[in-house]
Design a protein around this ligand. Structure first.
Ligand SMILES: Cc1cc2nc3c(=O)[nH]c(=O)nc-3n(C[C@H](O)[C@H](O)[C@H](O)COP(=O)(O)O)c2cc1C
Length: 214
């Protein structure tokens, strides 16, 4: 029997009514319609402390974030555009994924990620591109389809609903695409132990990896 695919959505902002969260929920509906088991990680609800390398014992919110991401086959990330890039609270959530450095496999190895941003203006692709840098740094695979939503204030109402059928269709398509790609990845061995070792030696992002490559 084919493995059940889990898609985790991470995003939103610290705003009580968040457009990026509304967009993420619609994309997750698309993933669920494509047969994935889904989980939503709302940045505001997670209420993560600022990442610090020597934080001591991880708080419950951090453990929840890291465990859900580690168990996911596919991810949907959604950040608002803040000053031309991703928001600080969203980046802080990504910084905590450093705790996945010693998981097996490390970081986002063999996970596929779909990227969404919401902007007041038209430069949302800048946040998407920033997120893609992070996906690559964490050894994940971004799906080619991305959804930067310009003038998001026109698209979502206060309840987080949209009357823009085109945007809803695109977000559903992204959820579907992440599920489809995650299913492909889950059916095969993509990153072999040799490839994982080479990645860790050439692009170490933890001290453990840097020392192992010496
Ligand atoms: C601090 C801050 C910085 C922002 N910077 C930009 C920006 O550089 N370009 C832009 O188009 N919109 C910018 N916006 C607008 C947000 O991207 C937009 O309102 C977005 O939909 C907010 O998402 P949220 O509701 O999930 O917080 C900014 C908003 C805030 C609060």
């Amino acid at each position: 029997m084919a493995k059940e695919i889990k898609v985790v959505g991470l995003g939103g902002s610290l705003a009580a009514q968040s457009n990026s969260l509304a967009a993420l929920k619609i994309a997750l509906e698309g993933a669920a319609a494509a047969g994935a088991q889904t989980e939503l990680l709302d940045v505001r609800e997670l209420n993560l402390p600022m990442y610090a390398p020597d934080f001591g014992e991880a708080p419950e919110s951090v453990s929840r974030l890291c465990q859900a991401v580690h168990e996911a086959d596919g991810l949907l990330w959604s950040s608002p555009l803040y000053h031309g890039t991703i928001s600080g609270s969203f980046k802080n959530a990504l910084d905590w994924l450093q705790l996945l450095s010693d998981r097996e496999p490390a970081y986002l190895t063999d996970k596929v990620v779909g990227l969404i941003s919401t902007a007041g203006g038209t430069q949302g692709l800048q946040a998407v591109n920033t997120m893609e840098f992070v996906v690559r740094a964490l050894r994940g695979w971004a799906v080619p389809l991305v959804i930067p939503i310009p003038q998001a204030w026109r698209v979502f109402d206060k309840e987080g609903h949209t009357h823009d059928a085109k945007v809803a269709e695109q977000l559903h398509a992204l959820g579907h695409e992440v599920t489809r790609a995650a299913r492909q990845f889950a059916s095969k061995v993509i990153t072999t132990p040799d490839a994982a070792r080479a990645e860790a030696e050439i692009q170490p992002i933890s001290e453990k990896e840097a020392k192992a490559g010496e």
